[in-house]
Design a protein around this ligand. Structure first.
Ligand code: TXA
Ligand code: MG
Length: 350
């Protein structure tokens, strides 16, 4: 048995064995919270059908009750556990058109089914749903007869966790979870892409499934997916989800975004109290100008940049620096998700 006593020394992180997954499913059924690996970031999971358990998520994260949660499912055969079923034909067609992207880092927002309590959706008539690809998340979801509501397992507005240790570190949620299943480092490192389905599909949050991939499958223009709806449009409410507020994912240390390479004359000066996040290896004389450098990839590969970004931000945030200077990239493809997160993280500093 895992020890459930309240003790600071209680071990919380467990390897992803069948036994751990079985015990996690038991804890979830009993209304407790679990730290769950996914391919994007670690989630703070609760039984999505249990409103008392879901309320614990909001309390643990200090998350505003107005910010709805994503419901995680074991497979598309369980969409009716969360969505209105059958959904309107246009949404059914869109789900079919996107089928090859699931399981994976894509969340869809569609009409909410009757089993999902108000607490999950913040009273909205829509619900956000995703089928994660991480093998441990899949095994856990298959072991549960209910879907899992799971936001990223960080305090509200702090950086999302991409390692099991992040869930329980000094700024984390160790006090709130029965256990964390260690599924290793998250492969993508940025949260899932969120897409609002319907007559006017909209990208609500960029992620590693790109706007271009979605536009191709839905047969709409990329610009159409990105368009902000006018006041009075029925989509406006969904788009103005509180989770889309500007300041989010922020380190406590001021974050300064560097101009794109080529315009480096405009860069703020480095210094002995400054940390640097580099998207690729720096020349030694450049690296020497900073107290600490975190290198996210050898050659600027954006998949590696996304995978390593949040852990690097957390390490530098814990290093007592005056500021963190961070590289940027052009906001296309996966670069859109990276720049979205960086702009939010830097919003307080800008
Ligand atoms: O990759 C991910 O999506 C991770 C992992 C754990 O699955 N989860 C995650 O959850 O990032 P969270 O709670 O940190 O972000 C969920 C976002 C919020 O911005 C929220 O406002 C939005 O989804 N959201 C949830 N339900 C919505 C709805 N019905 N309409 C519009 N936005 C919604
Ligand atoms: Mg989050």
């Amino acid at each position: 048995m895992l020890d459930s006593s309240i003790s600071g020394r209680r071990p919380l992180i467990f390897p992803a064995t069948e036994e751990t997954i079985r015990q996690a499913a038991e804890r979830l059924a009993a209304g407790e919270l679990i730290g769950m690996p996914t391919e994007t970031v670690y989630g703070l999971a609760a039984n999505a059908w249990d409103r008392t358990a879901v309320a614990k998520i909001f309390a643990a994260k200090s998350r505003p009750a107005t910010n709805p949660l994503i419901v995680h499912l074991a497979g598309s055969e369980r969409l009716s556990d969360a969505l209105q079923w059958p959904p309107p034909p246009v949404i059914r067609q869109q789900i079919d058109a996107l089928a090859d992207l699931w399981p994976g880092p894509l969340t869809i927002v569609g009409p909410r089914g009757p089993k999902i309590p108000d607490e999950v959706t913040a009273g909205k008539t829509t619900v956000a749903v995703r089928i994660p690809a991480h093998p441990v998340a899949r095994r856990l979801l298959q072991a549960c007869p209910f879907p899992l509501a799971a936001p990223s397992a960080n305090r509200s507005t702090y950086i999302s966790p991409t390692l099991a240790e992040h869930v329980c570190d000094a700024s984390g949620l160790g006090h709130a979870v029965a256990l964390v299943i260690d599924g290793g480092p998250c492969a993508h490192g940025v949260e899932s892409t969120i897409l609002l389905l319907g007559d006017h599909p909209r990208l609500l949050r960029p992620g590693s499934i790109t706007a271009e991939q979605l536009a191709e499958r839905l047969q709409v223009a990329v610009e159409e997916l990105q368009r902000q709806p006018p006041a009075g449009d029925s989509n406006r409410d969904a788009l103005l989800a509180p989770g889309m507020l500007r300041e989010h994912y922020a380190p406590a240390t001021p974050l300064v975004l560097l101009p794109l390479a080529g315009d480096r004359d405009a860069a703020p000066p480095a210094g002995p109290n400054i940390g640097r996040i580099a998207f690729q290896r720096l020349a030694p004389h450049e690296a020497a100008r900073y107290r600490r450098v975190e290198t996210l990839s050898d050659n600027g590969d954006l998949e590696a940049v996304a995978r390593h970004l949040f852990a690097a931000l957390r390490r530098l945030d814990a290093a007592g620096l005056r500021a963190i200077h961070c590289d940027t990239c052009s906001p296309q493809g996966l670069g859109q998700a990276i720049m979205d997160r960086l702009r939010r993280a830097a919003a307080r500093t800008e």
